[in-house]
Ligand binder design. Structure first.
Ligand SMILES: NC(=O)c1ccc[n+]([C@@H]2O[C@H](COP(=O)([O-])OP(=O)(O)OC[C@H]3O[C@@H](n4cnc5c(N)ncnc54)[C@H](O)[C@@H]3O)[C@@H](O)[C@H]2O)c1
Length: 409
């Protein structure tokens, strides 16, 4: 049974009252952490068996799917804007944010800066109200924001177990969606949501924010223009302390960022995935390693941890001619380093020569701002996002392969 169907606040009532509705205190809207955990538990068996030390999973993937062309659709704006819609009324597209927690608040701030913020909603009305007051937009209930005719698109930043069903509700209500990572906790749920968008001709984007980091774009360009030679190995480290989600482990929380970059660099899906994890704080993994094999003898490794004594945000690419590193903790002028180390065979003996890093210039730019600008552009042009639903499914397949066979051996 769908978790959402059991949540009273999410019943589809086709409520189309515009403006500030009196939802504060409406019974059944509050969903406390206990309910969230209970909802998550419904899926626990099939979804998030924790990785256990010493397990191995090898999964074959389908080859790349060809990207479908963007479909045309007309934006279904009301001809008469609703009074008090927000101080941004009249702009186009008009975006609502569903989920006013830590990350949703960042979307709200950024959309406000882009002049595209229309409304916010949260299962906790006071959170929506506080953000709405701060940023001068409407505070709605989840039902209301889904049904509101003057909102063109939604950013959905909820606990991940709600993402797929909420995205489908939004799409059914004629909205384009940007769904935060991970877009679901199972591949079938993700596929349902992405198919719903495809069938309805809606934009479906996922919040793989690092694809919009100018430093990563520089690194990707280095690979694409052949500066590194043939791609051999990619390794990514994403370490730090927290967050300790009750619903998913460090791999599902942190891994999507790097996996998104890895599939962009390799331009393929892995032919095999091998995972290992360790849980200490609770039953979900605080550490996880993924080893991946790609076509053309390319390999990759991902190490994530939410229980690390230090922060690390580093992606390294080893090519046949040179190596490069994207270090997101460095200032802009040192974020991308090129290493022209050399290794060669001299009369049957391997020689090597180390070179100093060459720091490549990168034009600074806020990744979330650039991600949301891209979303707005895709809404306006009906284009396919760089981080579209197919990419989100690719990443989920890797996560699933990495955690699917978590039995101890
Ligand atoms: N792209 C990134 O860099 C990035 C960074 C952080 C978080 N995220 C993702 O964003 C999502 C949200 O993360 P967060 O840290 O903001 O979580 P959070 O717990 O701080 O916020 C979630 C919000 O959703 C609300 N909520 C819960 N269930 C709801 C429901 N059914 N309907 C409406 N509202 C509901 C909660 O009240 C809360 O305000 C997660 O998927 C997370 O992985 C992405």
């Amino acid at each position: 049974m769908s978790v959402l169907k059991s949540l009273p606040g999410l019943k589809r009532k086709a409520r189309r009252r515009e403006g500030l509705d009196n939802f504060a205190g409406r019974p059944g809207l509050h969903l406390g952490p206990k309910s969230v955990r209970a909802g998550a538990a419904l899926r626990a068996e099939s979804v998030r068996r924790p990785l256990l030390p010493g397990w191995v999973a090898c999964v074959a993937f389908a080859p790349w799917e060809i990207r479908r062309p963007a479909r045309e659709r007309s934006l279904c704006h009301d001809s008469h804007p609703v009074p008090g819609f927000s101080e941004n009324a009249g702009m186009s597209p008009r975006i609502g944010v569903l989920g006013c927690g830590y990350w949703g608040a960042n979307h709200v701030r950024t959309l406000k800066g882009l002049g595209a913020l229309a409304a916010v909603a949260d299962i906790h009305p006071e959170r929506a109200q506080a953000l709405a007051s701060e940023h001068g937009c409407l505070a709605l209930s989840p039902d209301e924001i889904l049904a509101h005719r003057e909102i063109d698109a939604l950013v959905i930043a909820l606990p991940a177990q709600f993402h797929a069903d909420m995205a489908i509700h939004a799409i059914e209500n004629g909205k384009d969606v940007l769904v935060e990572k991970p877009i679901a906790l199972t591949v079938p749920d993700a596929e349902r949501a992405v198919k719903a968008a495809r069938d309805a001709g809606r934009v479906f984007m996922t919040g793989h924010i690092l694809r919009f980091n100018p430093a990563f774009e520089r690194l990707l360009a280095l690979v694409d223009e052949g500066t590194l030679g043939a791609l051999r190995y990619v390794h990514a480290h994403r370490l730090g302390l927290g967050k300790f989600h009750a619903e998913f482990d460090a791999l599902w929380d942190l891994g999507p960022h790097d996996l998104s970059m890895i599939v962009a660099l390799t331009r393929s899906e892995p032919t095999a995935v091998h995972g290992e994890g360790s849980a200490f704080v609770d039953q979900l993994n605080d550490f996880a390693h993924l080893h991946m094999r790609f076509p053309e003898h390319v390999a990759a490794h991902l190490f994530v941890s939410r229980l690390s004594p230090y922060r690390e945000r580093r992606l390294s690419v080893v090519g046949s001619e040179a190596m490069a590193v994207f270090d997101d903790l460095e200032p802009w002028e040192r974020k991308v380093a090129l290493y022209r180390h050399k290794v060669w065979d001299e009369n049957g003996r391997w020689k090597f020569e180390q070179s100093e890093p060459e720091y490549l210039p990168v034009e600074p730019g806020m990744p979330l701002t650039r991600e949301l600008e891209h979303f707005l552009h895709c809404i306006e042009t009906r284009g396919t996002p760089r981080t579209d639903g197919e990419e989100a499914i690719r990443v989920l397949r890797i996560l699933t392969a990495g955690s699917a066979s978590g039995e101890a051996v």
